[in-house]
Design a binder for this molecule. Structure first.
Ligand SMILES: [Zn+2]
Length: 241
């Protein structure tokens, strides 16, 4: 029985370590996704800035075109003979000037927008870079932790094997089957007549039999192997493991 209690303690610790081992990669996966999202957002902003820049160059070119048209139209003025044509030419020049002014206002507005875009890009580039550095650091730490967990697990498995060797094989088989069916817990203390695994009271007569401790007994409710939890022989053992 003592061996089984020891074995159960090892198995609980092994289960805990395995659960811890699973947490690391899950946490890193989440972080990886967050980082990818930040990088995608940064790329979006870079693209936006690029589109803005080409639109801005386009507008500057339009202004240049208007300037040339203006020069041409003004150059023609001196060769115009009729009053009517002259008026029409002046009207055209006015139109070009208004168009140019409107575009120049747009250019100024675009310059202000560009500043905001550049700032947003810089901020996000910095943030993403920091995130990436932290990610790399944490990844290293998690890999280190995993190595330690692996070492602990190996050590625990070794101790568990040693424990198994001292235990009766048929009992070990029962223990393993129960462990598989009962969420990893095959053996349970009964304290003050209550099974500590399923929290059901066992009949007093059975409890008395258990205290005598001369045979292997299972909880009538959850079927786990029972031992008397207040027995001093086991108390020391529990503290030691
Ligand atoms: Zn029970």
């Amino acid at each position: 029985m003592k061996h089984l209690i020891g074995l159960q303690a090892y198995d609980i610790r092994i289960k805990e370590k395995l659960a811890q081992k699973e947490k690391g990669p899950a946490a890193m996966q989440k972080r990886k996704e967050d980082l990818a999202a930040a990088e995608a957002l940064l790329q979006e902003e870079i693209d936006k800035l690029g589109a803005h820049n080409s639109l801005s160059r386009e507008t500057e070119r339009e202004i240049q075109d208007l300037d040339e048209r203006l020069k041409k139209s003004e150059g023609k003025l001196s060769s115009i003979k009729s009053n009517k044509e002259y008026k029409a030419a002046l009207k055209e020049i006015e139109g070009i000037k208004r168009e140019k002014e409107a575009l120049e206002i747009t250019v100024i507005e675009m310059m202000e927008q560009k500043d905001a875009l550049v700032n947003a890009c810089d901020d996000n580039r910095k943030k993403t870079e920091e995130m990436k550095q932290k990610f790399d650091q944490d990844l290293k730490q998690i890999l280190r932790d995993m190595k330690i967990l692996d070492k602990d697990l190996k050590e625990l498995e070794k101790e568990r094997d040693r424990c198994c060797k001292g235990t009766d094989t048929s009992l070990l088989k029962k223990y393993d089957i129960l462990r598989g069916h009962r969420n990893g817990i095959a053996i349970t203390p009964v304290i003050k007549g209550v099974c500590q695994a399923c929290h059901m009271a066992i009949p007093p007569q059975k409890f008395n039999e258990l205290i005598r401790g001369d045979k292997l007994m299972n909880c009538p409710n959850c079927a786990r192997i029972m031992y008397w939890g207040e027995d001093e022989r086991y108390q020391d053992d529990e503290e030691a493991t």
